[in-house]
Design a protein around this ligand. Sequence first.
Ligand SMILES: O=C(O)CCC(=O)C(=O)O
Ligand SMILES: [Fe+2]
Length: 383
Amino acid sequence: MSDSTQKIGGGAINEKQRKFQQEDGSIPETEHKTFNPASRSHLMHAIEGLDRYPAYLNRWSEDDILLLEESLENQLKKVRQQKEAIKGKRTNLKTVVENLCTKEPEWLEFLSPPKSWEELKTSILDEQIAAAIFRSRWFRRSQNQLPALSVQNVIDGSVKVEIDGGNLEPIMDEEMFDVYSFPLLAPSFCAKLRSYFSRVIQELEEDTDESLSRGFQDLDNLGLGWLNSLLLHLIVRPVSSHLYIETELNGGDLDWRQGYIAAYAADPTATKPRQRLVPHTDDSEVTLNIGIGEEFSGGLLNFWGLRGTSEAGKLVGQYQPEIGRAAIHSGRHFHEVTAITSGNRFAYILWARSWGGVRSSTCPCCWLNRRDDGSCISGPKWN
Ligand SMILES: O=C(O)CCC(=O)C(=O)O
Ligand SMILES: [Fe+2]
């Protein structure tokens, strides 16, 4: 990735530049002929050794032990630096949101979770997905029990939602291999989300701390963590149990989410930092991508194949975002956002992971490359 793509207006994604391939396409030879735990493979071998063999370092030279210690300390330093930076950023964002709600108290209602199913149906969800949920056997059963299940129970993740496949099918389009779309949020809710987000952005733009405003904004930090949880438990888990249970989840469930607003502009600024997004895969098992507007041209989603398969480099199709409509795809499906040529483009992105499932039995390398034959050293066989 060249320097220019790292700047505002570039297409960068937040990944370190990799040496994976040289300009001529060849793979560089390893520079680490002796033990050097600054290299990822050596460090991982050492961590695996420490975990597997008693008194592992018995056979090591003093110098190599020192190198390992230094390398682990460097990792710890990274953790601590990021921890502090994130803490500061979150505290500042909280203050920005609090100040905004003091100035404009009408946002307080928007930021509070729906108190009833009726409120969820009429002010947040698209009517078709609402009907699919409320007509499902799970929902009808849950309303007949005492006490009846509340929206808050779903937000808390204390129940497993099931949406009948027969209700989903008629409202779901298979856009291309592995990518499906369906109506999810009411356009009026998208408009509110966009205006709230834009108001926060305006406040941030007045902030002198660039690091605060730069990048995509996590909704947990903007008082909308409940919306992330609601979408994980009410939508992404049940929909994924129909679409991705075998291919992405190995029969398991999703248990983690991160939800953020990705903001783009034809003329990027610190708070709408991107004009496009280069091809990448997500650090998620399943990604939900909801178009929330506003008016723009360009900004299409291109999909290639799945990482770790022979199709990885092949263009599979193009998806045009629509307000309120969600696209759902496997996180390891290569995708990009083409350049925005006019206007502003916002998408609400939710990444979902399965820490208790696939990620508990594969190392990151096997996960990325879809080696799931049970032979990974992180799997139960070795633990
Ligand atoms: O903006 C979009 O539609 C996609 C964003 C995306 O791919 C990402 O944030 O990982
Ligand atoms: Fe992505």
